[in-house]
Design a protein around this ligand. Sequence first.
Ligand SMILES: [Ca+2]
Ligand SMILES: [Ca+2]
Length: 252
Amino acid sequence: MISRIKKSWDSVKCFNSPHSSASSPRQPTSPSGFTLLELLIVVSIIAILSVALVLVLDPAEALRKSRDSQRMSDLSTMKTALGIYLTSTTTPLLGGASNAGCKLTATGAYAAGDLIYYSGVAGFSDLLLDGSVTSGQPTAQISSTPATTDGLGWIPVPFDNLIGGSPISNLPVDPVNTIASASNVVSTDLVYRYACSITPLAFEIDAQLESAAYATTGSADNKKTTDGGNADLYYEVGTNLKILGTGASVPF
Ligand SMILES: [Ca+2]
Ligand SMILES: [Ca+2]
């Protein structure tokens, strides 16, 4: 009996042996996990791809471009509102009582008492106004309630006096709306600018753009040089784009 059991056990061992049959090849040993070197390589690749993705997407530039889109939209909104005001008013006031803040002519030189209206911040006072003027000296004007549409906002037009009320609920200001040095505003400051003329009765609103896509010299999509205005330093809208700016590079 014992010898029969031993014989059977030997048969089982023989059957399970990897060398027992040509039809049962030896299975390759499976790895139990990643090696440290493999993990380091994977982590390095992920890090490189992440940096490349950030560089490609450039979130800061995307934000600048978004603000520029907002600026162009704001100026379009204000131009439309001013257009409605001009066509709905018998005696439009684009520059305060008797249009006293407007230039006499759109293309003429500035005179003392002319105003350039800024959406800028409180405390702003500047005698240079984005650079020197060729003649006369306009004054910078700001409002303590820039968004209001009652004539006391940063654009001095009484939209509220229209029959049916103001076509806009508030006056937009620049999404950044800051002036780096309140005593020396420069063209790169991110504020809106407005001016008007009496002959013809017209207005212009300018904004500064900051994204590489819309504002870089030579960019195929440069909005500042393709707006039909006379100042490459600004994005210009209005009914007469010669009120602000005296040339391609001189803002005022
Ligand atoms: Ca321009
Ligand atoms: Ca202009």
